[in-house]
Design a protein around this ligand. Structure first.
Ligand code: GTP
Length: 598
């Protein structure tokens, strides 16, 4: 295909500024979907997908479009996820594009994720096309927000389009603007194949479905392809694009975006960021930037009912087929019984997976507090990586205990700099740099222990900056720290699932706060319950729940619901999430008390 008629673009926006609504309207204006289809698609998507025998993920679509210049174009709208846990995947999606529509809500103006996304787009040399949305609303301030974008981001907005994704006003002009502004892809049709995998998922009918963008060369039905990082060779059994349903295309060339199936059984052969080349005539090098995604945050997941172990196991197996960044292995806890240690990219990823397990697979779970990976240099010269605090060796066996550090960039309006400093100091951050982006926006760079972010950093940053800061981080290394393991004992028995690793300086404060939280979240029983926090053999905190008289149990059961985390609010009530430990019943919120005690 002539690349001059192809335009590959994403839509980027702060949450709720109208990205999905604009995408839907574009599909409607170009006649790809009628409003009736759209209702069907969203209300009944699962059935629809079953009929087509292939799942359609997100909004990556090929849109044929006849422009005002009379030419027929192909617009590829490429979907991007929108959170820092997935920034690597956002980055891959943007690598598949030449341009990005930047949607800004004209009633809200520039917000944290607006900036974070624009920087990411500019990092990929994309042409950023600003669009002001929601102009049907009275409170829209088009000129004011244009000025904000110009000042805050430095994008020229003198002719920025103003639209209503809701009513469709101005949307046809957006399409013309894409044609005019987004450069067509470049690529050498005669070079060996190099295609970027920017998304992939497991489909129970077709096996793995891969979304790709061809940079050079071409792919044809029946061709043998090679996955660069693993060397695995497969034959293409299905090739096409979503438009919006799957449409077969016999061969594709540079600049084109599509999907393929090749009897791959496992997502590990189709990792986002990897390169597809030809099995014959392979390219000498992969496309730049392939990084294996490794889980960084771990927690234990245990069935509430021991009998549900097998259900949970098969649910985890299925989930992993669909998510190469998620890992699990069997573990046993004295307190919780048989379960799994699961690994995630970050906290959001963890919450999403827990929610999916409960919703899609009907498993009722107890989750332990998340932990990072600690490195232990033992006195006997061996090295261990520990993802479960209860597995930490005895103090006398440890020569050095190290924890992962991240380099973090925080973007914030300068009014909140003081609050950000205070928070980062409290979290053991080391300031590395501070830069003024504009007269009102600052970028602050810190190095900080990853464990400090896993706990409540996002929430705290949000409240310190009224939601205006945005944040990006990457793990840089492991560094020796003065860390200790804090154990919790209930009526004298240590509860392995409640052990945490904390910095020595904070350990007393933390131990006391945790014991108090546990006291509040563990419902009173018919007998006395003693909760103790200990470092080694030294007890540093003690709390006591006095016994209940029998007739009032019914009223007090359930603990203090208001303290449940947001994650738990979403979970269905039903079976009560309690684990019996000895004769004490411990509710789910007790296991997450560690998150709030920092
Ligand atoms: P996420 O998918 O959650 O990231 O949000 P989004 O950016 O895709 O926003 P979405 O399209 O879901 O829109 C958010 C809300 O704004 C929805 O309630 C939309 O109906 C509404 N909305 C979107 N565009 C317009 C518009 O042009 N005018 C008005 N009045 N409302 C709009």
């Amino acid at each position: 295909m002539d690349t001059s008629v192809i335009r590959n673009f994403s839509i980027i926006a702060h949450i709720d500024h109208g990205k999905s609504t604009l995408a839907d309207r574009i599909l409607e204006v170009t006649g790809l979907l009628t409003s009736r289809d759209m209702r069907d698609q969203y209300l009944d998507r699962m059935d629809l997908e079953r009929e087509r025998g292939i799942t359609i993920k997100a909004q990556t679509v090929r849109i044929p479009y006849k422009a005002a210049d009379g030419k027929n174009y192909i617009l590829n709208l490429i979907d991007t996820p929108g959170h820092v846990d997935f920034s690597y995947e956002v980055s891959r999606s943007l690598s598949a594009c030449e341009g990005a529509l930047l949607v800004v809500d004209a009633t809200q103006g520039v917000e944290a994720q607006t900036l974070a996304n624009v920087y990411l787009a500019l990092d990929h040399d994309l042409e950023v096309v600003p669009v002001l949305n929601k102009i049907d609303l009275q409170s829209a301030d088009v000129e004011g927000v244009k000025a904000q974008i110009e000042e805050g981001i430095g994008l020229d907005c003198h002719d920025a389009l103003a639209v209503s994704a809701k009513t469709g006003m101005g949307v046809p002009e957006v399409l013309e603007r894409i044609i005019a502004k987004v450069p067509p892809p470049k690529g050498d049709a005669d070079a060996p194949l190099q295609a970027l995998i920017f998304d992939s998922w497991y489909d129970s009918y077709q096996g793995v479905v891969v979304l790709f963008r061809i940079m050079h060369g071409g792919i044809a039905m029946g061709q043998k392809i090679r996955i660069f990082s693993t060397g695995a060779v497969y034959e293409v059994t299905r090739l096409g694009a979503f438009s919006p349903g799957p449409v077969d295309i016999p061969s594709m060339g540079p600049g084109e975006v599509g999907y393929l199936c090749a009897n791959m059984k496992n997502l590990r052969d189709a990792r986002v960021g990897d390169t597809i080349t030809g099995a014959q005539n392979p390219a000498p090098a992969p496309l730049p930037g392939f990084k294996e995604v490794k889980p960084m945050v771990f927690c234990g997941l245990y069935p509430v009912e021991a009998a549900e172990y097998e259900i949970l196991k098969s649910a985890l197996e299925k989930l992993q087929l669909n998510d190469a960044a998620f890992s699990y292995e069997a573990e046993t806890s004295q307190a919780l019984g048989f379960g799994f240690r699961c690994g995630f990219l970050g906290l959001l990823h963890m919450e999403i997976i827990q929610e999916r397990l409960e919703r899609e697979f009907g498993a009722t779970l107890i989750a332990t507090a998340p932990s990072v990976i600690y490195k232990v240099d033992k006195t006997d010269g061996t090295v261990l990586f520990i993802d479960n605090p209860s597995k930490l060796p005895k103090t006398q066996e440890i020569a050095t205990l190290s924890e992962p550090f991240v380099r973090m960039e925080i973007h914030t309006p300068n009014d909140y700099v003081g609050g950000v400093f205070k928070l980062c100091e409290e979290k053991r951050g080391i300031q590395k740099d501070i830069k003024y982006l504009t007269s009102t926006r600052v970028i602050i760079t810190y190095e900080m222990p990853f464990a400090e972010i896993v706990y409540d950093f996002f929430d705290r940053l949000k409240s310190a900056t009224k939601g205006y800061a945005s944040l990006d981080y990457e793990i840089i290394d492991h560094r020796a720290s003065d860390l200790v393991r804090l154990d919790i004992m209930i009526n004298g028995d240590p509860v392995d699932a409640l052990a945490t690793i904390v910095h020595r300086e904070k350990s007393y404060h933390y131990g006391r706060a945790l014991a108090l939280r546990l006291k509040r979240s563990i419902p009173r029983q018919l007998f006395e319950v003693i909760i103790q926090a200990a470092i080694g053999t030294k007890i540093i905190a003690r709390e006591r729940n006095s016994p209940l008289r029998k007739n009032v149990i019914a009223k007090c059961y359930g603990g203090d619901i208001t303290r449940k985390r947001k994650l738990l609010e979403k979970q269905k009530e039903g079976k009560r999430r309690m684990k019996r430990m000895g004769n004490v019943e411990i509710p789910q919120e007790a296991f997450l008390a560690a998150l709030k005690a920092g």
